[in-house]
Design a protein around this ligand. Structure first.
Ligand code: C2O
Ligand code: CU
Length: 634
């Protein structure tokens, strides 16, 4: 060691009362790093909730001052004060993540834990240990060289660099304040989405009221339409005019989206794009014509990641005018129980339905269940009777043959109508409905739901995973399909679905991306009315991610899977399930002007960025998403 360095280090050591300089540097760096994270938190919270923004600014200033003071004027009093203050910050953080704070946008509701606040808290916890060590003076001052001091300081320095990077990344990718998906542009005439309503007409009018309200079901809080989970089944005839009044008695804003129905854009229920979310105590009227017959559903499209699993969904069935005679017609909404991963059908893990021998039964399966983080689909299969799949997503298949049992991969949002004849004796059972395994799977088994139809002997158990998979690309028989047969597309767009770490909405997280970007910054698909648009959808994850990609306001004609053209019946769906490593080609006719969402229906994927819009030329929206309006469409 060079004598001068030793002398310097020695004199420094004396100036610092014999404390190890590395400890002081470390604690200063850690405190400054936490301050950087709090500055980025201030950037994110200021527009959302002013008191927190101001709090984080003061906290960051205090921490910077502390970091400087630790180096310049170290002393026992300072360390004791810093220890108490830092412990206090950790205490407030723990409360905010467990019971919630009284001063918050939503008082007493716990905040989610993110990569940033964990990093800041870890750094503060290490600082507390260092403050304790600094308060107990070392018995014998040691002198150290600069290199050794630098080495001893490097872990804290690395942590601070990480904190600075996280802080900069999140400050640059904040929660949007007021993002407009299709702003009105100066000097360009445009039609506002609010004007895209159903024309007046004399269709038979069906009126409904859906009251969003909090109730307790089996000891658990549920957010419901009309007090039940699922909400009421709305049954109408094709061509009816529906007028549905949403009354909001929830503590938060909400909306209703009519999943699969080709409604006018103003009635689509997407908070922040086609309307403002309907605040507590307010109401809103949706009006549209049920132009397509089939099995559909409705659900909140305001903060759906939170609101759908709490119970804000229900079935909507549109009967064709000449309904074939069917003795039994059951809607089976498959869902997770509010606040749980437990799977149920119409609220029951084991449902029993009536049917007499030889009766024809239609089961309208709707998958409203929140899957695991991979988006793993349900695999319903019927045992005890051969069956046909009469329709997918409400659209009839041509000449569906009777088969079975096979597992039908059904992603969230998708529907399948099964039709079968009851055997002359014994029951029929729907199996293959299993809930998401908990992240810590060993803590509890995935739940299983069944539906038993009829009475008498129950068919023997089958291993659903071993059953063949139903293949929609070679089922039924060919029929004319205007989009398929034409084979000409005005526009082809690639939709590449990916997963990876990154900054989004003021945090660092695993993101689900479309074309490498996350919502609301995925470049929209621009279309003009009348175009036929082809989408080439690629799932770049080869292992286990499933993405049910849902289009609003339109219906896809499926063209091909993995490059192989459809061999059987035309298949028309609003949600195409893109399995690991798969590619799907679909096309739709742009015949319903508006600003329409296209997103993964695995709610956690949509939240993590897998969402975008299809923007018609000449259409704009006055609504914005983000903290200013409180609209959260995904
Ligand atoms: Cu069923 Cu955009 O949703
Ligand atoms: Cu997905």
């Amino acid at each position: 060691m060079q004598p001068t360095v030793a002398r310097l280090a020695n004199s420094t050591g004396q100036r610092w009362g014999g404390r190890r300089p590395a400890r002081l540097y470390s604690v200063a760096l850690l405190t400054a790093g936490a301050a950087a994270i709090h500055i980025s938190a201030a950037v994110n919270h200021l527009p959302e909730y002013l008191p927190w923004g101001v709090f984080f600014i003061f906290l960051a200033i205090a921490q910077v001052a502390l970091a400087v003071a630790v180096v310049l004027v170290p002393g026992r009093g300072l360390f004791v004060a810093a220890l108490v203050g830092t412990a206090g910050i950790i205490g407030v953080w723990v409360i905010s993540r467990t019971v919630g704070l009284p001063f918050a946008p939503v008082p007493w509701s716990p905040e989610p834990i993110g990569a940033l606040d964990l990093t800041a808290t870890l750094m503060e916890a290490i600082s507390i240990v260092l403050f304790v060590l600094l308060i107990r003076r070392p018995p014998r001052p040691r002198t150290r060289g600069r290199v050794r001091i630098a080495i001893a300081t490097s872990p804290a320095a690395l942590l601070s660099v990480l904190a600075g990077w996280l802080a900069a990344g999140t400050a640059l990718n904040p929660m949007p304040v007021a993002f407009n998906a299709a702003p009105e542009l100066a000097g360009q005439a445009s039609t506002s989405v609010v004007n895209l309503v159903a024309p007046a007409g004399s269709e038979p009018l069906k009126t409904f009221t859906l009251t969003a309200q909090v109730v307790t079901i089996a000891g658990r809080e549920a957010w419901t339409f009309n007090g039940s989970v699922p909400g009421p089944v709305l049954r109408v005839a094709q061509g009816d005019r529906l007028r549905v009044t949403l009354v909001n008695h929830l503590p938060e804003a909400t909306s209703i989206h009519w999943h699969g129905l080709r409604v006018p854009n103003a009635e689509d229920g997407v908070a922040g794009i086609t309307q403002d979310a309907v605040g507590p105590g307010r109401s809103y009227v949706y009006e549209f014509i049920a132009s397509d017959a089939g099995t559909f559903w409705y659900h909140s499209h305001q903060d759906p990641y939170k609101q759908i699993p709490r119970g804000l969904f229900g079935a909507l069935v549109v009967e064709p005018p000449a309904s074939p005679v069917r003795e039994r017609d059951y809607v089976l909404m498959i869902h997770t129980l509010p606040g749980e991963a437990t799977i149920a059908v119409d609220g029951h893990p084991n449902l029993y339905l009536e049917a007499d021998p030889n009766e024809t039964v239609r089961l309208r399966l709707i998958n409203a269940a929140s899957p695991d983080n991979y988006g793993t689909p349900l695999t319903p299969a019927l045992v005890g009777a051969p069956y046909a799949i009469a329709s997918l997503d409400g659209h009839d298949l041509n000449q569906p043959q009777v088969f079975g049992p096979e597992q039908i991969t059904l992603g969230m949002g998708q529907r399948a109508d099964l039709v079968f004849k009851m055997p002359s004796s014994g029951a029929v059972r729907l199996v293959g409905l299993s809930g998401a395994a908990k992240p810590l799977a060993f803590l509890g088994k995935a739940s299983i739901a069944t539906v038993t139809i009829g009475i008498g002997a129950v068919p023997p158990d089958v291993n659903v995973g071993r059953l063949p998979r139903f293949d929609l690309t070679s089922y039924g028989s060919r029929a004319p399909d205007s989009i398929l047969d034409d084979g000409r597309y005005d526009l082809t767009r690639n939709i590449v679905l990916g997963t990876g770490p990154g900054f989004h909405f003021g945090d660092f997280n695993i993101l689900d991306t479309i074309n490498g970007r996350t919502s609301p910054f995925v470049i929209p698909i621009r279309v003009s009315k009348g175009q036929v648009v082809r989408l080439h959808i690629v799932n770049s994850d080869k292992d286990r991610m499933w993405h049910p990609i849902h289009i609003h306001g339109h219906v896809f004609s499926i063209l091909a899977r993995n490059g192989h053209r459809l061999l059987g019946s035309p298949v028309r769906v609003d949600t195409v399930l893109v399995g690991p490593g798969e590619t799907w080609d679909v096309a739709f006719r742009a015949d319903n002007p508006g600003i329409w969402m296209l997103h993964c229906h695995v709610l956690v994927h949509a939240l993590a960025g897998m969402s975008m819009t299809i923007n018609y030329d000449g259409i704009s929206t006055p609504f914005t998403m983000g903290s200013r309006s409180g609209n959260v469409p995904e």
